[in-house]
Design a protein around this ligand. Structure first.
Ligand code: ADP
Ligand code: GN1
Ligand code: MG
Length: 367
């Protein structure tokens, strides 16, 4: 094990005997562990995470956001419990360090945070049913709605995170530099992306023109970032809060479409399996509108199908950029991993384009 998890945990306000820590989850950025304690004969789990500080340059600010957001939602849940004691709605709860801070730095400078493990719930990398899609989207929608009355502005943990034109500019720079000597392998992917250049600025142009409003958004609403309750099947807790910051709600809905509609893994190599399943889109749309609908205006609603296409293109651009740069950002397990991921994204964009009219029609009918 690269880190002394027992020692790191001893600096958090957790009592009992440390038993074991094991890698957990399938995230591409941070290192996540489930740690187990014996507390007076009861087995208790925690999530311990090493934050990737190459990606998150100001982790203290990130944790400030985290504490503000979970405190805000926690207060709402406590009110909800007074009315509905049976609710299983949760928020992540940070375990403070013994010095009172919401993180610990180990001797090597690694940045760790710890939170309460939510039992009897799990994440799904690929959704199995339309009900799961509905419930997950409703949870993300409610999350945005819960944060609509947050006072003040959060820190931007990664500036320009969902600025699609600047993601495209980064790709063009990577093409110019061709640092890993891989450019010759990516001509079809580049052509596909560049043919859609004009669409990349559509949302931020509308924002600049004052037609779309910045809100507090999650920005990484991959479907495996919501815990689904084993008992009730509801989306009970939104997790992975590192990128919560000011943004457009579209990118949140779009990322649900990206990760929730295809039956294939993000790194599937058989592209025939990658397709946008319309019933999943419909369930995501209905769930999201049920959770968030009250604060979206008609223009915002009408752009939801486009957002699915745009963010899928954006993540395809990011995977291709990382491939050309030599796999420096996303965790990879094989040399072509980022290219494979890029290809699934572009195939999904194509599938969305093929069904776009029907997606628009459905959205208009629900608005
Ligand atoms: P990453 O940034 O690497 O994606 P996440 O915060 O999404 O990390 O956590 C990785 C995985 O750990 C999640 O997909 C989920 O399965 C699990 N997980 C995270 N937080 C909790 C929690 N509080 N309770 C239970 N499981 C959790
Ligand atoms: C990363 O951390 P994880 O795996 O939830 C990335 C997202 C991408 C996603 C692609 C901070 O998310 O933006 O959409 O991979 N997170 C960051 O799967 O870059
Ligand atoms: Mg995650």
């Amino acid at each position: 094990m690269k880190y002394d998890l027992n020692n790191v945990m001893s600096q958090f306000s957790v009592y009992g005997e440390y038993l074991i820590g094991v890698p957990y989850g399938t995230g591409h950025i941070n290192d996540t562990f489930q740690v187990t304690f014996d507390q007076g004969g009861t087995i208790v789990h925690y999530i311990l995470q090493r934050v990737n500080t190459n990606v998150f340059r100001k982790p203290e600010e990130l944790m400030e956001n985290f504490v503000r957001v979970t405190g805000h939602i926690g207060r709402k849940i406590r009110e909800e419990r007074k009315l509905h004691p049976e609710t299983r709605h949760r928020t992540l709860e940070v375990v403070p360090a013994r010095d009172g801070k919401p993180f610990v730095r180990d001797a090597a400078g690694n940045f760790f945070r710890c939170y309460v493990f939510v039992e009897n719930a799990r994440t799904y990398d690929i959704l199995e049913t339309t009900d799961q899609a509905y419930q997950a989207a409703a949870a993300f929608g409610r999350f945005q709605a819960d944060l609509a009355d947050l006072d003040g502005r959060l820190h931007e943990t990664i500036p320009n995170f969902h600025n699609t034109p600047s993601r495209l500019a980064a790709l063009e720079q990577a093409v110019k530099e061709d640092r890993a000597g891989r450019l010759k392998q990516v001509a079809p992917e580049l052509d596909f992306i560049l043919a859609r250049r004009d669409e990349t600025s559509r949302l931020i142009d509308l924002q600049a023109a004052g037609e779309l409003t910045e809100r507090t958004t999650h920005n990484d609403t991959k479907l495996n970032n919501v815990l689904i309750d084993d008992l009730t099947g509801t989306g009970c807790c939104v997790i992975d809060l590192d990128t919560i910051m000011p943004g457009l709600p579209h990118y949140d809905f779009g990322d649900m479409v990206r990760t929730g509609t295809s039956p294939a893994a993000e790194d599937e190599t058989n592209l025939d399996l990658v397709t946008m399943r319309f019933p999943m889109f419909e369930a995501l749309l209905r769930g999201y509108l049920a959770g968030a609908g009250s604060f979206l205006n008609p223009l915002e609603k009408s752009l939801l199908p486009f957002s699915g296409k745009l963010i899928t293109l954006e993540i395809g651009i990011r995977f291709l950029t990382d491939y050309l740069e030599g796999d420096v950002y996303f965790k990879t397990r094989r040399p072509e991993h980022n290219l494979d991921r890029c290809r699934t994204q572009l195939k999904l964009v194509q599938s969305i384009e093929e069904q776009y009219d029907a997606m628009r029609k459905l959205t208009d009918s629900l608005s």
